[in-house]
Design a protein around this ligand. Structure first.
Ligand SMILES: [Cu+2]
Length: 408
């Protein structure tokens, strides 16, 4: 099975967000969510994982375990990620009452409020049953989130980790993204987000009481996966760290049944993990191109009835929509991107569908104006290519401009 795609929560429909939250609440009701809280409390108590090289692979497994649990009832569900660099934009909010719910100590609205349902009970030594979060309003704690510039600062380190393999390691990606190196000021990055959240997320051990924990860690994992794309085989230490659970062929701390060796989770596309992020340009599957999805030259989309094909032709680079209800097939629309330089068709995050050349320059894109961030491209069973926003409104349609009459 092709890897499933973890997507930006910003680009999920209200219905998709509700599906995710419902799955979480069911897991909580079954008693299985509390394993995550207790396991994280244990990792904190044993003073392993956090501050050390296994920080990233350990949390990769942690998020992936939750994903697998949720997939028991919803096989194609993936953990959304929260890109907190865009948190200043209200449209990107994760805090709606139908998703993660608003701030408050305690949280009094939304699906994770303790009153009146008593459905989401927080557990752990330092917490009452009610979830709490301050969202940047804790005196003495950060009032701002990490920025895109801070992410770029972390990405600039080319070494994964180095001696002394702890929070004081300098000039390395792991300590930077975890938040021990100030891209601006401490606490930074991952640590800063926990402190900005306040409430349960600022409780080092029991932070997974807040379901936002997983959206945050999916984002950290995404940044690591993208760094790995540029720095393959970079994991360190490979035997230099005297601590157990940190070297590449060590089983990680806390996970005992089964043990998980670090090397086995360095590729997110490995069978046990089997996911990629929408920012890694996944190949489109099915009749829909979601934000980030691409067709490489020679790849196609098919409508749900398999009567229509959208293909970025390998032969000439043209983006063409074919009708197979007639014989021979007939081209009913084309973008006229015939060029030896044509490389990919991508559904951009800004809501434009574009054909790019090998250096990612745009050869063609639609709509030319009025695009809506997060839109998706649909190949419909009536033979049209639609770009629709997250509320389902058609922003652009292949029949809007004069149809191309020419045969291919
Ligand atoms: Cu943690």
């Amino acid at each position: 099975m092709a890897p499933l795609v973890r997507r930006n929560q910003e680009f999920l429909t209200t219905a998709e967000k509700q599906t995710y939250v419902t799955a979480l609440l069911e897991l909580k009701a079954a008693g299985d969510y509390d394993w995550y809280i207790n396991t994280h409390i244990q990792a904190a108590a044993e003073q392993v994982v956090h501050g050390f090289p296994s920080f990233l692979p350990w949390h990769r497994v942690f998020v992936s375990y939750l994903e697998r649990d949720l997939q028991q009832t919803r096989p194609t569900l993936t953990i959304p990620y929260w890109d907190w660099t865009r948190a200043d934009d209200p449209k990107t909010s994760v805090w709606s009452e139908t998703f993660m719910g608003p701030g408050g100590i305690p949280v009094t609205k939304g699906l994770f409020a303790w009153e009146p349902t008593h459905r989401w009970r927080c557990i752990g030594p330092n917490t009452g049953p009610a979830l709490g979060r301050s969202l940047g309003n804790t005196p003495g704690q950060p009032s701002t989130l990490p920025t895109a510039e801070h992410v770029a600062y972390c990405n600039a380190w080319n070494i994964y980790d180095r001696s002394p393999w702890d929070p004081t390691a300098t000039s390395v990606f792991r300590a930077a993204i975890e938040g021990w190196i100030p891209p601006d000021r401490l606490p930074a990055m991952h640590n800063r987000v926990h402190r900005w959240m306040g409430g349960n997320m600022a409780d080092f051990g029991a932070a997974p009481n807040d379901p936002v924990f997983f959206l945050h860690h999916a984002n950290i994992d995404r940044l690591w996966a993208q760094w790995q794309d540029k720095h393959p085989n970079a994991y360190q230490p490979t035997g230099e760290d005297p601590r157990e659970g940190e070297n590449i062929d060590d089983p990680m701390a806390v996970y005992t049944n089964p043990q998980v060796v670090i090397r086995s989770v360095l590729d997110t596309k490995a069978a046990d993990l089997n996911y990629v992020y929408d920012t890694q340009r996944p190949s489109a599957q099915g009749p829909v191109m979601y934000p980030g999805d691409v067709l490489h030259r020679g790849e196609s989309l098919w409508d749900p009835t398999h009567k229509f094909e959208l293909t970025l032709q390998g032969t000439d680079g043209n983006l063409v929509l074919y009708d197979y209800t007639v014989t021979p097939r007939r081209a009913i629309w084309t973008a006229w991107t015939v060029s030896p330089e044509t490389a990919t068709c991508i559904m951009n995050f800004d809501g434009t569908l574009a054909v790019l050349d090998r250096s990612d320059a745009t050869l063609w894109s639609r709509p030319r104006q009025g695009q809506v961030r997060g839109s998706r491209a649909y190949l419909t069973s009536s033979g049209t290519l639609d770009i629709r926003d997250l509320d389902g409104r058609v922003v652009w349609n292949s029949e809007q401009p004069a149809p191309v009459g020419a045969d291919a």
